[in-house]
Design a binder for this molecule. Structure first.
Ligand SMILES: Nc1ncnc2c1ncn2[C@@H]1O[C@H](COP(=O)(O)OP(=O)(O)OP(=O)(O)O)[C@@H](O)[C@H]1O
Ligand SMILES: [Mg+2]
Length: 265
């Protein structure tokens, strides 16, 4: 089976800004992959290239074995995406948003209707399915976007901060559904999050900063390698930010150990 995602020497420049800087890594089919990095690290830009919404300046990217530049139609058929920025049609009801999505994906009516009910019940918007999306709270809108991303059961699901602004109950549900989809459908999840608690639940994580890959591995291995207390300490060490509520010795630990990891990544 080809890797779910593969990027090689990927570069994306916006004028003088190099958002993605010689990025290379692969994600295996079925993995839950955490794509981490501070604001502006290049996460969303990379996801947009993988979803064929942006062309790279140089380098290659493929999803489910299809080249993002040469075979964008096949890539699009293989993926689902939950965008960082809101992308619902606010004039439509929850039901209509999903119906429209299912039609774009050519889901047969019976399957479409079944999945619409399943995902709407799951995110607890079934009772509100005939309300216009504009009238939803921020969290309800996000839940509807998550429901929409899960509806057509893609091979690779890109989730750009899927749990942002959600209450713990909904986050918990989304993680439960992700586990279910991984077990049943072998879906690959490629997600960004600023929650280190969520990142620690990923099979592997990549940590980027300024478009460059600084660390890649299983969270527990990264923590052990850096002799850090947890992934947050690794993250702050690698990206060079001061630790929140940390003392000098915390910073010393992670900075010293992380030098080794930079060379390794
Ligand atoms: N369309 C664009 N035009 C110009 N610059 C852009 C564009 N999109 C992104 N950038 C720049 O590229 C860099 C990476 O942005 P990106 O959105 O990929 O970061 P990110 O890692 O997703 O950050 P965040 O955690 O804040 O979502 C930033 O410096 C950003 O300003
Ligand atoms: Mg982003």
């Amino acid at each position: 089976m080809p890797p779910a995602v593969e990027v090689s020497h990927l570069v994306k420049k916006f004028g003088a800004v190099t958002a993605v800087d010689d990025l290379s890594f692969a994600v295996e089919a079925g993995e839950l992959f955490g794509f981490l990095g501070p604001n502006g690290a290049g996460k969303s830009t990379t996801i947009h290239i993988l979803c064929t919404l942006l062309s790279p300046t140089s380098g290659t990217a493929s999803v489910a074995g299809f080249d993002c530049l040469k075979d964008p139609v096949e890539v699009r058929k293989s993926i689902g995406i939950i965008f960082q920025d809101p992308s619902l049609d606010e004039r439509l009801t929850a039901w209509e948003n999903l119906e429209f999505h299912g039609m774009i994906y050519h889901m047969p009516k019976s399957l479409r209707r079944r999945r619409m009910e399943e995902v709407l019940r799951f995110v607890e918007l079934w009772e509100r399915r005939h309300s216009v999306a504009r009238t939803f709270s921020g969290g309800m809108k996000r839940r509807l976007e998550v429901a929409r991303g899960l509806m057509h059961q893609p091979k690779v699901l890109f989730l750009d901060e899927p749990t942002i602004g959600l209450d713990p109950q909904t986050r918990h549900k989304i993680w439960a559904l992700m586990s279910e989809l991984r077990a049943d459908q072998k879906t690959t999840f490629f997600m960004t999050t600023h929650s280190m608690e969520e990142a620690e639940r990923c099979d592997r994580v990549a940590i980027l900063d300024h478009g460059k890959l600084l660390a890649l591995g299983r969270p527990a291995d990264l923590v052990r390698e850096a002799q850090a207390k947890n992934l947050e300490q690794v993250f702050l060490g690698v990206t060079g930010h001061d630790l929140r509520d940390g003392d000098a010795s915390d910073q010393e630990i992670s900075r010293g150990r992380v030098r080794k990891m930079r060379a390794w990544a």
